[in-house]
Design a binder for this molecule. Structure first.
Ligand code: SF4
Length: 185
């Protein structure tokens, strides 16, 4: 395995089942070793790999230096108005499957479709008001407050007040479009 991870290739960068092959010209190829015994896994996966049933974090990485995350990836948001999602940790920016951490800046009037995710989501409000609708009621959260939404529960987030809101969202396991189960908007 390469000692310097190229997170842009996705999960394969940190997977225990990858073999990296460098060509004479310096190009790095990622060979999935599971492909030898299981045809579900391509020999050379199409990169980046964002979701993979065979992914296992390479244990050697757990004893290495901490990874500095230089900057987030800005992700396209769902909802009625443009919202800024800056993913610091997660499938896209750091090839982390276990958890995602993102900073959201949401304008006044933004509202997301309802969702029933397969992850637990912890949200800390930094500024403004975040409205969280659930099947049993509506909670308005202000700066300094946090909420834990459990996997399998229907929720809908919105920022109805002037000035919008800024908040940090932590998802366990990491957020992915496949796990969020959003309703059609
Ligand atoms: S198991 Fe998945 S993540 Fe791991 S090397 Fe193969 S394709 Fe990549």
């Amino acid at each position: 395995m390469e000692t310097t991870l190229d997170r842009s290739v996705g999960l394969c960068a940190a997977c225990a089942h990858v073999e990296t092959i460098r060509s004479d010209r310096g190009t790095v190829f990622y060979l999935c070793k599971l492909s030898a015994g299981d045809s579900h896994f391509p020999k050379y996966p199409r990169l980046p790999v964002r979701s993979c049933a065979g992914y296992e974090e390479c244990t050697m990485l757990r004893t290495s230096m901490p990874d500095l995350i230089e900057q987030p990836t800005i992700i396209a948001a769902a909802g009625t108005l443009p919202k800024r999602i800056a993913e610091y940790v997660g499938l896209v920016n750091s090839a982390t499957e276990a958890v995602s951490i993102a900073r959201m800046e949401s304008p006044a009037g933004w509202r997301e479709p309802g969702q029933t995710p397969e992850f637990d989501e912890y949200t800390v409000v930094l500024r403004g008001l975040l409205r969280v609708e659930t099947k049993s009621g509506t909670i308005d959260m202000k700066a300094g407050q946090a909420i834990a939404a459990h996997r399998g529960e229907w929720v809908r987030y919105s920022t109805p007040e002037p000035g919008g809101a800024e908040y940090i969202a932590v998802c366990i396991p990491a957020f992915s479009p496949e796990l969020v189960h959003r309703e059609p908007s």
